[in-house]
Design a protein around this ligand. Structure first.
Ligand code: MG
Length: 379
C-alpha cells in the first residue's frame, strides 16, 4: 500500500489524483490532504478518503472544519506551518504537489530536504529552483517524479537510458486556443483564452497555454529536471496533442510518448512507479485520430515562449523573475485589469530591470520572487 499526501487536493490535479486513488483502493491510500480555501470540498474529500491529517492554508474556516472532522479522528492544521507538516509527513510514501504557482516552492523544498519521494505537477517551483532542488535531492536521496504530461513522457522515454546517448528532448504543445486563428490579441477576453481545445485544466495554466508561456516554463522545467542544456530542448506545435514528448538519440533515432489527453495517466504512473497499474482509462484510438500535424512555434505572435528561453539563458534568479511577473500578469488579465498583450510586456519589462544573482540560495530565490511580484504589480 502506497500512502500519499496531496498538497493541493481541491484543484484540477488534486481531484484527478483522488480519482486515481479511488480506482486503486488496494494499492493507494491518502494520509494527508491540503487545500488553500475550498473548505467544503476539502471536507467532502476528507470524509471519503479518511486521511490522518488535513491542512487548510487560509485558516478562516478552520474552526468549522475542525468541528466536522474531530469526530472522524482527522487532525486539522493551517497556514504555512501546516503546509510544511503535510509536505513532510513521516507516514507518507509519496507527496503529490499540485499547487499552482511559486507558493509551492517552500513545501517542495521541505519535502526534498526530508528525503521524500515527491511527485510534482506544480511546475513553477521547478522553474524557479529546479537546480537547487536537484542538488538537495542528491544530498538527501529524495526522488523527483514529474507529473506534467510532457515531462512524464520524457521521463518514461529516458528511463534506463545512458544520458550520453541523448541528443535532444522535444516537447509538444497543442498551441492553445489561439493556434492557427487570425484573432487580434489586443481584444482577447479571459473567457476566450480559458477555452482550451484539448486539456481541461485550472485557469492559470490555461492562460499560460494561450500565451505559450506554459511551454516557456516547461522548457526550463525540462532542463532542470533532466540536466540538459537549453539548446537540447526543442518545442513543436502538435494540435492533436496525442504525442506528449519525444527524445532524440545521438544517432538520429527518436522515441515518442503517446497517450490520450487525460492527466490521470501521468498522475497514475507517478503513483505506481516503478510498476504500472491496470486501469479502465480508455486506450488511445489512433485510427480515430487519423492524422498528426506539426508546426514550428510562432515566436513573434507568442513572445512568451522566447522569454522563457531568454530567462534560462540569463540563468540564476532570472527564471524566478520570469515566473513571478507572469503569475501577476496572468492574475491581472483574469481580473480584467490588463490586456492579453500586456502579459509578455510586463514580463519583459520586469526581466529588464532585474540584476541576476548567480547560483542563488533558496532565500535569494524567494527575495527575487517577492521583488518581481511587486514590480509586476506596478504596471
Ligand atoms: Mg504540460
Amino acid at each position: 500500500m502506497t500512502k500519499i499526501s496531496i498538497i493541493g487536493s481541491t484543484g484540477s490535479i488534486g481531484i484527478n489524483t483522488l480519482r486515481v486513488v479511488e480506482a486503486h483502493p488496494k494499492a493507494l491510500s491518502v494520509v494527508a490532504l491540503c487545500a488553500r480555501r475550498n473548505v467544503k470540498l476539502l471536507f467532502e474529500q476528507a470524509k471519503k478518503f479518511r486521511p490522518q491529517l488535513v491542512c487548510l492554508f487560509e485558516s478562516d474556516e478552520a474552526p468549522w472544519l475542525e468541528r466536522k472532522l474531530k469526530p472522524l479522528g482527522i487532525h486539522v492544521v493551517t497556514g504555512p506551518d501546516g503546509l510544511i507538516v503535510a509536505s513532510t509527513l513521516a507516514s507518507a510514501d509519496k507527496i503529490v504537489f499540485a499547487l499552482v504557482g511559486g507558493v509551492g516552492l517552500k513545501p517542495i523544498f521541505a519535502a526534498v530536504k526530508a528525503g521524500k519521494t515527491v511527485a510534482i505537477a506544480n511546475k513553477e517551483p521547478l522553474v524557479m529552483a529546479g537546480e537547487l532542488l536537484q542538488k538537495e535531492a542528491t544530498r538527501t536521496h529524495a526522488q523527483l517524479i514529474p507529473i506534467d504530461s510532457e515531462h512524464s513522457g520524457l521521463w518514461q522515454c529516458l528511463e534506463g537510458r545512458d544520458r550520453k546517448t541523448i541528443k535532444k528532448l522535444i516537447l509538444t504543445s497543442s498551441g492553445g486556443p489561439f493556434f492557427g486563428r487570425t484573432i487580434n490579441f489586443r481584444n482577447v477576453t479571459a473567457r476566450q483564452a480559458l477555452r482550451h481545445p484539448k486539456w481541461k485544466m485550472g485557469p492559470k495554466i490555461t492562460i499560460d497555454s494561450a500565451t505559450l508561456m506554459n511551454k516557456g516554463l516547461e522548457v526550463i522545467e525540462a532542463t532542470n529536471l533532466f540536466g540538459v542544456s537549453l539548446d537540447q530542448v526543442d518545442v513543436v506545435i502538435h494540435p492533436e496533442a496525442v504525442i506528449h514528448a519525444l527524445i532524440e538519440f545521438v544517432d538520429g533515432a527518436q522515441l515518442a510518448h503517446l497517450g490520450i489527453t487525460d492527466m490521470r495517466l501521468p498522475i497514475q504512473y507517478a503513483l505506481s512507479y516503478p510498476t504500472r497499474f491496470v486501469n479502465s482509462i480508455p486506450s488511445l484510438d489512433l485510427a480515430g485520430v487519423k492524422s498528426f500535424h506539426f508546426f514550428k512555434p510562432d515566436q513573434k505572435r507568442f513572445p512568451c515562449l522566447g522569454l522563457g528561453y531568454e530567462a534560462k539563458r540569463s540563468g540564476g534568479t532570472m527564471p524566478t523573475v520570469l515566473n513571478a511577473a507572469n503569475e501577476i500578469a496572468v492574475q491581472k488579465f483574469l481580473n480584467g485589469a490588463c490586456r492579453f498583450t500586456d502579459i509578455p510586456k510586463t514580463i519583459e519589462r520586469v526581466m529588464g530591470l532585474h540584476r541576476v544573482v548567480r547560483n542563488p540560495a533558496l532565500n535569494q530565490i524567494l527575495e527575487a520572487d517577492t521583488w518581481a511580484r511587486s514590480e509586476a504589480q506596478n504596471d
